[in-house]
Design a protein around this ligand. Structure first.
Ligand code: SF4
Ligand code: SF4
Length: 131
């Protein structure tokens, strides 16, 4: 199994029919002014995207769509975690299916514990500045 597959696996659980994924909330990246948050203007489409330099999530989020969702639904929600989170990341577990009975009984309660985190992005950047 490759390292990548291990990482993906550690942020999802399929041990019962609920299907859980750890997600990170981009609203938290903005609130914490995280140094890993970047903005990028795509000249071809004229759209602005945001992403995570630390690869905690891989998708690039359309800033306009994000802003609209925050205004109308209060929260954009979370995106799947693909790398090691940092102490700044706002993380939660999303359940894909809700159901009753044994097929939906959690057999991996540890998945709801906070995941292992890497260094705070500000510390990592400070270190790089000193090199
Ligand atoms: S490190 Fe965490 S808080 Fe910072 S941009 Fe990435 S996902 Fe957001
Ligand atoms: S409810 Fe528990 S066992 Fe089921 S998928 Fe989620 S973490 Fe895994």
């Amino acid at each position: 199994m490759s390292g990548h597959a291990k990482l993906v696996q550690s942020h999802q659980c399929r041990q019962c029919c609920t299907f859980c994924d750890r997600v990170v909330h981009p609203a938290g990246c903005i609130e914490s002014s995280c140094p890993y948050l970047y903005l990028y203007d795509d000249e071809a489409s004229g759209r602005r995207y945001m992403g995570c330099l630390g690869n905690v999530f891989k998708v690039e989020i359309d800033v306009e769509v994000f802003g609209e969702a925050e205004r109308t639904r209060q929260r954009f929600g979370g995106v799947k975690i693909t790398g090691r989170p940092t102490p700044r990341c706002q993380i939660s577990v999303e359940r894909a299916y809700e159901g009753h009975g044994e097929p939906f009984d959690c057999v991996n309660p540890g998945f709801f514990e906070p995941p292992e985190t890497g260094p705070d992005p500000a510390e990592a950047l400070d270190l790089r500045d000193r090199l």
